[in-house]
Design a binder for this molecule. Structure first.
Ligand code: SAM
Length: 388
């Protein structure tokens, strides 16, 4: 496909997204319906669409409309490319610019538009981030780095980096975690690499690794990942310490890849269905990596930036409190309760932990950590609590 044809495809996908369809489903369906498009075309179109979603407000302003076409015009203008060179109407290229589109001039954009902050959550983000608000919002406009976690059960970080380098995948250690490697070249080859297939490394954001590092895992103890999802945190914890690991999720189908992933990593994880929890005993660590706005991960999941509002936040706050309350009776005497979000919003983070401690005054917070994309990885919050 020509660059212009890729842009035309991205315009169609963005229009369908603006009409309400989820972006991953649209991309999958597009790939199935357009078999002539090769892997490189599909990856390039995905990049265009995700770049546009990250910068929707500023690109719409630069392009003159909040439509697929406006977003692509804005993307080109933001990159300093004259749109008329690609919007030619020839072959599969989008039609030439109208007079109105040509007249849009990239004047100074108001701050919240220029930093692509969604109106719906702008006030809570400003309050939560303080002086970091603008730099964090700017950081969320860009693609996230690709990070790997060296699986210490199988290797060291240096040996993992060397194995990857032998396959042409360049990395460098990242300071957020002793297991983190940032991929600097050939990230798309990772999942075909021998190092990945043999479980030396796993794809995982560096800040997520830092969250796992903060959690106290006693050697030989029992650890429950209460909101395990795909099991990223379970595997990060299991990579560090020999203990008995259990994974649970209210939607057990979300854990379907976990047996294959734990097999590759060389760790044992017992999957617990919600009905199994009652008879599973107590745990030395229960980690609640709760559902949240995902605002810290908007670089990776930019559609959530525009589809999450105050009502979602209010609902999530109730869900998070309920999960913490349900986890309390599962913690063994002397054990720890871990809490984590990938949110930048204070109400989901420290304030949620503070209200938990109001409801459960015998719990104290021993440690917590807030990271933003300015630290390199996703924005995350994690806390560890003990019963007194
Ligand atoms: C942030 S995701 C977990 C991500 C995962 N820990 C990882 O590192 O890949 C939150 C998970 O919580 C689950 N969840 C939602 N409500 C829950 C509840 N009441 N109890 C347990 N899990 C719940 C969701 O199904 C979702 O998989």
């Amino acid at each position: 496909m020509t660059p212009a044809a890729r842009i035309a495809a991205a315009i169609g996908l963005l229009d369908a997204w603006l009409a309400g369809a989820p972006i991953e489903r649209l991309l999958t369906t597009w790939g199935r319906q357009n078999r002539y498009a090769g892997a490189k075309d599909r990856a390039a179109i995905r990049d265009l669409v995700f770049d546009a979603l990250r910068c929707r407000r500023s690109f719409a302003a630069l392009g003159g409309s909040d439509t697929g076409r406006g977003l692509m015009l804005g993307l080109l203008r933001a990159d300093g490319i004259a749109p008329g060179t690609l919007f030619t109407g020839e072959g599969h290229a989008p039609s030439p610019l109208t007079a109105a589109e040509q007249a849009v001039s990239p004047a100074d954009l108001p701050q919240e538009i220029a930093c692509d902050c969604p109106d719906a959550l702008a006030a809570v983000l400003r309050d939560s981030l303080g002086a970091d608000f603008l730099p964090v919002m700017q950081a969320l406009r860009h693609r996230a780095p690709v990070f790997l976690r060296a699986n210490l059960r199988r290797t060291t970080r240096d040996k993992a980096a060397a194995a990857l380098a032998a396959e042409g995948i360049e990395t460098r250690p990242h300071p957020l975690s002793p297991t983190a490697l940032e991929v600097t070249a050939n990230a798309r080859r990772v999942q075909q690499s021998r190092a990945w297939r043999e479980g030396l490394v796993e794809l995982q954001d560096a800040a997520s690794q830092a969250v796992a590092d903060l959690m106290p895992v006693p050697e030989g103890g029992r650890v429950l990942d209460f909101c395990a999802g795909g099991g990223g945190k379970t595997l990060a914890l299991a990579g560090r310490v020999s203990a008995r690991f259990f994974a649970h999720d209210a939607a057990p189908e979300r854990m379907s890849d976990l047996p294959a992933r734990s097999g590759r990593a060389g760790v044992e994880v017992t999957v617990l269905r919600p009905d199994d929890l009652g008879g599973a005993g107590l745990f030395d660590l229960v980690l609640c990596d709760v559902p949240c706005t995902g605002s810290g991960a908007w670089r990776r999941s930019p559609e959530a930036k525009w589809r999450t509002g105050p009502d979602d936040l209010a609902r999530l706050l109730t869900v998070q409190a309920g999960i913490l309350d349900r986890a309390v009776p599962l913690v063994a005497p002397g054990g720890a309760l871990g809490y984590a979000t990938c949110s930048l919003i204070e109400a989901e983070n420290r304030a949620q932990v503070a209200s938990f401690r109001m409801r459960h005054p015998c719990w104290v917070r021993m440690a917590d950590r807030r990271l933003t994309p300015l630290d390199g990885g996703d924005g995350l919050y994690a806390a560890v609590m003990y019963r007194t």
